[in-house]
Design a protein around this ligand. Structure first.
Ligand SMILES: [Ca+2]
Ligand SMILES: [Ca+2]
Length: 486
């Protein structure tokens, strides 16, 4: 039996195409002398210097030429054998060719030195070139693929989206989409220069200040007017241009029903400009006209405004969900017959003649009013109002011909109010009312309260003005009414 000496590893990783192979060079003594000739060599990999089970199938290199005791073999234990833990090589040897002898195992096992050990990185060789994407584990982010990060992502530097040169920490070029929660309370320094009036106004909601008109079941005035059997609310002021322009921007991009009138722009008393093209109209308030009452509105414009309020101030086309139904069902038939009536569930509406009358002139005798419970003028007085510029006194009014000659800001006559707390029911602009049975056969509706165009007597309770429903004018506007709990 031959007596073999230990080998010495001097191997190294080697060779493209042999991705998991390394060269192993050793020294073999045979009978105490450097071996020469052909030998069969068997290699086994262990995770311990002694005992244990092999980490991979044994490799047998047959007829290895050994010269002067030195040999070199290629060893390839396959993928994932070198995990980073320590390992040892056990070598068996036998003379090649004639001998039937079993391998003689050399002792001790040879620890693998770092050179082949670099193979534990498996593709250390291929790191010279690109790593195939398929070899990357699934938890490695790819820059050229869609990625989902399930953990917290923190960027220590600048982040750009859609550009390559961030002027700030976060630079987004393009649109930002999605749903945003929170109330924005912590937002500051937001520049909204690029937000157009229409976009902004579509986000707003028109605040309508209403006052309660109570004393339900009150008796009518001597002329039969003013009895209302329920409590309701009525606008403290006439609807102004700031409010009406929001309505237009929400509903009149394609103004199928003529909510806008060209006189609003062209006439000196109109307060709203229109720009853009049909389907994309935009509306703005003329400077200084925001708080003046909206004028050049016809009767059905005011009903559509009430429908819009009733429906929650939506944005979009003029249809049954926006301006054409809700408080009033503006069907073609009803419009043709001019018999549009308020729907029972209306939340906002145009005041009826009796509602308007009560709000303007009523004050219970028990609460300091006249024995009839009604005043002659909406100034809590039977004296003819004083025509003069605002603010004036408790009975002052914007009327012809000692007033300013145009509509004034709603509420400008700050000292002159009704018992229920409304302003400008006397003068400023006349106001459409909903329904007057004595005139509807003429297709007319009553307009109440007088205006800057008419003298102060027109604001009296006995005034008898009416106009056809399609008649807009520089001295006619409206106020809304609503349910106590809309
Ligand atoms: Ca109109
Ligand atoms: Ca008025």
């Amino acid at each position: 039996m031959a007596c073999f000496g230990a080998a010495l590893l001097v191997g190294q990783a080697h060779g493209a195409g042999l991705e998991h192979a390394f060269s192993y060079q050793g020294r073999l003594l045979d009978g105490g002398l450097p071996a020469n000739g052909l030998y069969d060599l068997r290699f086994e990999l262990f995770s311990a210097p002694a005992a244990g089970t092999a980490s991979a199938a044994p490799l047998t290199n047959r007829a290895v030429r050994v010269a002067g005791g030195v040999f070199m073999v290629q060893l390839n234990f396959g993928t994932n054998v070198f995990s980073g833990a320590s390992c040892w090589l056990e070598i068996g040897v036998r003379p090649s060719g004639l001998t039937p002898d079993d391998f003689v195992t050399l002792s001790p096992r040879q620890p693998l030195t770092p050179a082949p050990y670099a193979l534990y990185t498996l593709q250390a060789e291929s790191l010279i070139g690109p790593i195939h994407a398929a070899q990357l584990p699934t938890n490695v982010a790819r820059l050229d693929l869609d990625q989902t990060f399930r953990g917290t992502v923190t960027f220590g530097g600048q982040v750009t989206i859609g550009s390559s040169n961030a002027p700030g920490l976060l630079d987004v070029r393009g649109s930002v989409r999605g749903s945003f929660s929170g109330d924005g309370a912590a937002l500051s320094n937001v520049t909204a220069a690029s937000l157009g009036a229409r976009q902004m106004e579509r986000l707003w909601r028109v605040p309508i200040t209403l006052v309660a008109v109570t004393n339900a079941g009150n008796a009518a005035d001597l002329n039969g007017k003013g009895a209302v059997s329920y409590d309701f609310r009525i606008g403290k002021f006439e609807v102004n241009n700031n409010q009406y322009v929001v309505f237009l921007n929400a509903m009149a991009a394609d103004d199928a029903h003529g909510l806008y009138d060209t006189n609003m722009s062209h006439n000196a008393h109109g307060g709203i400009e229109r720009s853009g093209v049909p389907g994309d109209y935009t509306y703005t308030v003329k400077p200084g006209f925001g708080h003046r009452p909206a004028v050049w509105v016809d009767f059905y414009d005011t009903l559509r405004f009430c429908n819009w309020l009733h429906n929650g101030q939506p944005t979009g086309r003029q249809d049954e969900t926006t301006t054409e139904d809700g408080a009033y069902s503006l069907t073609p038939e009803a419009l043709a017959e001019e018999n549009v009536l308020r729907n029972p569930q209306a939340r906002f509406w145009l005041p009826s003649d009796d509602e308007w009358y009560k709000a303007a002139y009523h004050q219970p005798f028990a609460d300091g009013g006249e024995p009839t419970d009604y005043w002659l003028y909406p100034t809590r007085s039977n004296d003819v109002p004083i025509s003069e510029p605002p603010p004036g006194g408790p009975t002052s009014v914007n009327s012809c011909c000692d007033g300013p000659g145009h509509a004034t800001d709603a509420g400008a006559y700050a000292n002159a109010s009704t018992w229920y707390g409304t302003f400008d029911q006397a003068g400023n602009v006349q106001e459409w009312t909903e329904w007057t049975s004595e005139f509807t056969f003429l297709r007319d509706r009553r307009v109440r309260g007088g205006s800057w165009e008419y003298n102060e007597f027109y604001s009296g309770s006995g005034d008898f003005e009416f106009d056809t429903t399609d008649y807009p004018a520089p001295g006619i506007g409206f106020r809304v009414a609503g349910a106590m709990a809309p």
